[in-house]
Design a protein around this ligand. Structure first.
Ligand code: SOE
Length: 382
C-alpha cells in the first residue's frame, strides 16, 4: 500500500463532513472522492468541500486507487453499501448503526472476517480520552467491582414538532430511533468502560410528538431551520423521542439508561456514572476534559485531561497538553488514527483497539431486545 492512503466518503449530511475534517488531520490520508445520491449533488458537494472527485456510489467502487470507504448515509443504506465495499475489496468504516436488521449485521461480520479487510463502526464517543482513561482505571482496579451504572444521553434538536429528519422514518432509520441513534453510543460505552456484558433489559418508550410537521423541502440534521406553514405536511410518528431502559449485567449488578431527543437545553449530552467498590466515576460529554471521581474515605477528586496525569493507554488519545481542551471533532480523528494504522498494515488486526463490525452487531442485538422489551413491557434477555 502506498504511503498515502486514499479514502472516499459516501453521504455529506451532518456526519460525512465530520469524517472528512478528521481525516484531513491525519498525515497519511487523502480524501480523494465523495458520493451522493445524484451526480449533480456530488459535484456540488465535492466543490464545496474541496474534494477532487465526485461519483455515484457504484462508480466510486470501480476506482482501483481508493483504499478505504466511509459510509455516512442514512441507516437503511448501511448494509448494502458496506457489503458492496467489502466485495469491491476495499476497507470500510461505517456509521452506526451498522445495519437496521440483526441478520444483515451478522452477514457483514461474516464477510468482513472472510476478507480480512479492515472494518470499523463509528462509535467515536469511545475516543474521548477520558472514556479510555475510565476504562484503563477500571482495568487497573481503581474502580473496584462494579456496583451500578446510571447513564443518559440527552439532546434537544428534535424538541419541536417542526423539527424533522430522516431518523424519524422507520423505513430509513429502522424500528428504533433514539435508542439506535444515540442509545447505541451510550450502551457501547457502558460495556466498553465497565468490561461487563448486559444480560437483560426492561424498556419503556415514549413518543412526545405523536405527529410532526414534515418539511416538503429538504433540511439537514441540527439545522433547525424554520419554513412557512405551507411548506409542511403533518405526518404520524411512531418512533421513540424518549426511552428509559433498566439493565442487568453479567456480574449481577444493575443499572439504567435514559435517552431523549426532546430534552430542552441538552444539546448533545452523554452522561455516565459508574459506581464501584473503590470509587465512583462520572463523565459528561459536554465537559469532556474532566472526570469526577467519588470517594467515601476521603475528598472527591476532579481529574483534568492532562497526558502527564493519564495512563499511557489513554494519553495516547491526547494531542494537546492539559487545559487545551479537546472535544467531539477530536474523537473521530483519534479513532481514525487507530483504524488507518490497521489499513496501513493491510488487514484487520487480531484484537482491534477500535469498534468493529462485531461491535456494531452487538449494539444492534441489544437495540432490538430493547425494542422487543418495550413492546412486551417485560424483561427480555440479550
Ligand atoms: C444525531 O443524534 C447525532 O448526530 C447522532 O447521529 C450521532 O451519532 C451523535 O454522535 C450526535 O448526534
Amino acid at each position: 500500500m502506498s504511503q498515502i492512503i486514499k479514502a472516499a466518503i459516501v453521504g455529506t449530511g451532518f456526519i460525512g463532513p465530520a469524517h472528512l475534517e478528521a481525516l484531513r488531520r491525519l498525515p497519511n490520508v487523502e480524501v480523494v472522492a465523495l458520493c451522493e445520491v445524484t451526480q449533480e449533488l456530488a459535484n456540488e458537494k465535492a466543490k464545496a468541500l474541496g474534494i477532487p472527485r465526485a461519483y455515484l456510489f457504484e462508480e466510486m467502487l470501480k476506482q482501483d486507487d481508493i483504499d478505504v470507504v466511509h459510509i455516512c448515509t442514512p441507516n437503511f443504506l448501511h448494509y448494502a453499501q458496506a457489503k458492496a465495499v467489502l466485495e469491491a475489496d476495499k476497507h470500510v468504516i461505517c456509521e452506526k448503526p451498522l445495519a437496521v436488521k440483526i441478520h444483515e449485521a451478522e452477514e457483514l461480520v461474516k464477510i468482513a472476517s472472510a476478507t480480512g479487510l479492515v472494518n470499523a463502526v463509528h462509535f467515536n464517543l469511545r475516543y474521548y480520552p477520558m472514556v479510555r482513561q475510565m476504562k484503563t482505571m477500571r482495568e487497573k482496579g481503581e474502580l473496584g467491582e462494579v456496583y451500578s451504572v446510571m447513564g443518559s444521553y440527552l439532546q434537544d434538536w428534535l424538541y419541536l414538532n417542526t423539527d424533522y429528519n430522516w431518523r424519524l422514518e422507520p423505513d430509513k432509520s429502522g424500528d428504533s430511533r433514539a435508542i439506535a441513534d444515540i442509545g447505541s453510543h451510550l450502551l457501547d460505552i457502558t460495556e466498553y468502560v465497565t468490561g461487563l456484558k448486559i444480560t437483560e433489559v426492561m424498556a419503556d418508550f415514549s413518543t412526545v410528538h405523536k405527529t410532526r410537521l414534515k418539511p416538503l423541502k429538504p433540511i439537514e440534521t441540527y439545522s433547525g431551520k424554520m419554513l412557512t406553514m405551507d411548506d409542511y405536511q403533518e405526518v404520524p410518528i411512531n418512533t421513540e423521542d424518549h426511552a428509559t431502559v433498566l439493565l442487568r449485567f453479567d456480574n449481577g449488578s444493575k443499572g439504567s439508561v435514559t435517552v431523549s431527543q426532546v430534552a430542552a437545553g441538552r444539546k448533545n449530552r452523554l452522561n455516565i456514572e459508574i459506581s464501584g467498590a473503590k470509587s465512583n466515576f462520572e463523565f459528561n460529554s459536554e465537559r469532556p476534559n474532566e472526570l469526577w471521581i467519588g470517594k467515601r474515605e476521603k475528598a472527591n477528586e476532579q481529574l483534568m485531561k492532562d497526558p502527564s496525569l493519564f495512563h499511557p493507554e489513554a494519553s495516547a488519545l491526547i494531542s494537546f497538553p492539559g487545559g487545551h481542551n479537546e472535544g467531539f471533532p477530536d474523537t473521530s480523528k483519534q479513532m481514525f488514527k487507530e483504524v488507518y494504522a490497521a489499513v496501513a498494515s493491510g488487514k484487520q488486526p487480531e484484537n482491534p483497539s477500535f469498534p468493529t463490525f462485531a461491535s456494531g452487531l452487538r449494539e444492534l442485538i441489544i437495540g432490538e431486545r430493547i425494542v422487543e422489551s418495550n413492546k412486551k413491557q417485560a424483561w427480555v434477555e440479550i
